[in-house]
Design a protein around this ligand. Structure first.
Ligand code: AP5
Length: 211
């Protein structure tokens, strides 16, 4: 089944995607990760995206939609869309793309997490510069401070996880992404999952939904 996993910044989309890849062999399409890879590679796309990301703003719809279209054209299946769509215009464009490619989405899973918890998750998150593994200084610390458990790479804070940028990201989420709940309720694909629980408990529920 193809899935949309959506929710506020820090809701746990990346964490749950990692488990779905490991346990069910699904393919993750994370627009945030694709942009970060483009920034690392210093491509034109990366340079454009970085201007918006460092300020906590959304990258313009036309850029994001074009990038996702390129990925879908490669012929992926059993995928998780993580962080896309993030606006109603993106959701409508996705429907058009999927129709053209005779693909479909089974469920749009919304991870519900209270705002005060999100702030703590985002300020405490650390990521490996090399392999992208995600940690948290309290709930999931590295075994050796500053070093990735998987690859030994340097573990750092994301530029957009600084307190001053998080406020803008959460505001944008409320304004642009939250309306997607109504969009997917209308399509009958919406399912809400309580994301404010242990990572394993959240995962077990998602696995049940996928069936
Ligand atoms: P993106 O990378 O997609 O960021 P995001 O949506 O803000 O989501 P995050 O990666 O911050 O959070 P997450 O839900 O994956 O949480 P995680 O699992 O890491 O996008 C970054 C930027 O790119 C955007 O701001 C925008 O500029 C641009 N962009 C991307 N897509 C775009 C689009 N479609 N349109 C326009 N612009 C776009 O978990 C967070 C922390 O919490 C971790 O430390 C983790 O260990 C911890 N944690 C996770 N689950 C739990 C749990 N159950 N209990 C306790 N701790 C937990």
């Amino acid at each position: 089944m193809n899935l949309i996993l959506f929710g506020a910044p820090g809701a746990g989309k990346g964490t749950q995607s990692e488990l779905l890849i490991k346990n069910l062999g699904m393919t993750q399409i994370s627009t945030g990760d694709l942009f970060r890879a483009a920034i690392k590679g210093q491509t034109d796309l990366g340079k454009k995206a970085q201007e918006y990301m460092d300020k906590g703003q959304l990258v313009p719809d036309s850029i994001v939609i074009g990038m996702v279209e390129e990925v879908l054209k490669k012929g992926v299946n059993n995928f998780i869309l993580d962080g896309f769509p993030r606006t109603v215009a993106q959701a409508e464009a996705l429907d058009n793309l999927l129709n053209k490619m005779t693909l479909s989405i089974g469920k749009a899973i919304f991870l519900e997490v209270p705002m005060e918890i999100l702030m703590d998750r985002l300020t405490g998150r650390r990521v490996c510069k090399n392999c992208g593994a995600v940690y948290h200084i309290v709930s999931k610390p590295t075994k050796t401070e500053g070093k990735c458990d998987n690859c030994g790479g340097e573990v750092v804070q994301r530029n957009d996880d600084k307190a001053e940028v998080i406020g803008t990201r959460l505001k944008n989420y409320q304004e642009f992404t939250s309306p997607l709940k109504e969009f997917y309720k209308k399509s009958g694909k919406y399912i809400q999952v309580d994301g404010n629980r242990d990572t394993a408990q959240v995962y077990t529920e998602i696995e049940k939904i996928i069936g």
